[in-house]
Design a protein around this ligand. Structure first.
Ligand code: UT7
Length: 345
């Protein structure tokens, strides 16, 4: 279905939200069976207690599809109401085609355009929301945005520096114009490509194709990370992006009811809160339960914040994220007086 632009004067924003979390909960003590670590170390350095692990028979498209179905139901949409799909992931179904193609076929949305926003790390979902907003503005489209990560299957379970940090999840939103939309007021994003070496999933591709030798060395699951540098960049970029989006929207931090940041590490979140002068209640944190779920982290956190009643009608909510690239993105949302949303996963 195609709606003509310009739009009907309704706000553009999120019309439905959904998430999917795999059933299996993995504790820190379980990690101690795989690598030389402890619950004490992981909690002290990251704040993480548990994470979800996808079942062996689940793949990225399965997680994405479950979240997408929940988002459609949340907004009261049928698959036929969707005009386009943008899917953010660094852990795709296969190298090509993109995961969005698999989701499109299984969702039954018809032959609408769909594509992945790949490789943008944990900033992917917020970037994809902004792309969707432009599609809605330019062409009156209703876009399904998905952030999904099944990182535990592509990371090295023997590298204690990285493996304990991550978890699997998916989140989705329907973006378009509508009276009940969680309005997108402003967005900002940036990339510093000179920092592409501090964080990445350097697996496959033309620079380091998979060979028997690389597999023998375990380099087919090569999640590279300079933890301290990523930490510094994360705090700086998420804080700066937050301030920039406020300027763009013409509001101040005092006007913001809740900040929903990418959930990478509790210490990163506390440092961002300190830089922005935010009290604990104004920052939503669920990294303790799910670890870092990449591009699924922001939609899962936003969904939970709404579900837990942390957001009231009329509230301004600020999303901020960073990811491999090094990318960053922030977005300011305004919840409507009657969001009319109520869903489960
Ligand atoms: O999308 C991915 C985003 N990534 C991130 O957000 C990561 C950002 N960085 C961080 O969160 C932190 O840098 C880490 C949690 C990764 C590490 O914390 P840290 O306070 O920076 O620790 P460190 O790197 O300075 O390591 C301290 C020690 C090292 O031992 P030595 O060299 O001092 O003997 C590590 O080998 O901790 C050791 N270590 C561990 N020990 C037990 C590293 N990982 C573990 C572990 N268990 N899992």
């Amino acid at each position: 279905m195609h709606r003509p632009a310009p739009l009907d004067g309704q706000p553009i924003g999120l019309l439905g939200l959904g998430i999917y979390l795999p059933d299996r909960v993995m504790t820190n003590d379980e990690w101690a069976e795989y690598v030389d670590t402890s619950d004490e170390w992981i909690v002290a350095r990251t704040g993480i207690h548990t994470r979800r692990i996808a079942a062996d028979d689940e793949s990225t498209a399965d997680l994405a599809l479950a979240a997408a179905g929940a988002a459609l139901a949340d907004g009261g949409f049928e698959p036929a109401d969707i005009d386009e799909i943008v899917l953010a992931t660094d852990t795709p179904e296969v190298f090509a085609p993109d995961t969005a193609a698999y989701v499109q076929a299984r969702l039954g949305v018809g032959q609408i355009p769909c594509y992945d926003l790949a490789g943008s790390g944990c900033a992917g979902f917020v970037l994809a929301l902004d792309v969707a907003r432009s599609r809605a503005l330019a062409d009156g489209r209703r876009v399904l945005v998905i952030g999904v990560e099944l990182i535990t299957r592509l990371m090295n379970w023997k590298d204690r520096n990285t493996c304990v940090l991550f978890g699997d999840a998916a989140g989705a939103a329907v973006v378009g114009s509508g009276a009940g939309a969680i309005e997108i007021l402003a967005a900002t994003a940036g990339t510093d490509g000179t920092r592409s070496d501090i964080l990445g999933l350097e697996t496959g591709g033309t620079r380091q194709p998979v060979t028997m030798e690389r597999v023998r060395q375990g380099l087919h699951k090569n999640l590279v990370m300079d933890g301290r540098e990523v930490f510094r960049e994360a705090v700086r970029r998420m804080s700066e992006a937050s301030l920039r989006v406020l300027v763009k929207a013409g509001v101040s931090m005092d006007d913001v009811a809740l900040v929903v940041p990418h959930q990478a590490n509790l210490r990163i979140l506390n440092a961002v809160a300190a830089r922005l002068g935010l009290s604990e209640e104004r920052v939503f944190i669920n990294v303790q339960q799910y670890g870092n779920t990449g591009s699924a982290s922001v939609p899962v956190a936003l969904w939970e914040a709404r579900d837990q009643g942390r957001i009231k009608p009329g509230d301004l909510v600020l999303l901020t994220a960073f990811g491999a690239g090094f990318h960053w993105a922030a977005m300011l949302l305004r919840f409507q007086e009657s969001p009319g949303m109520d869903s489960g996963c």
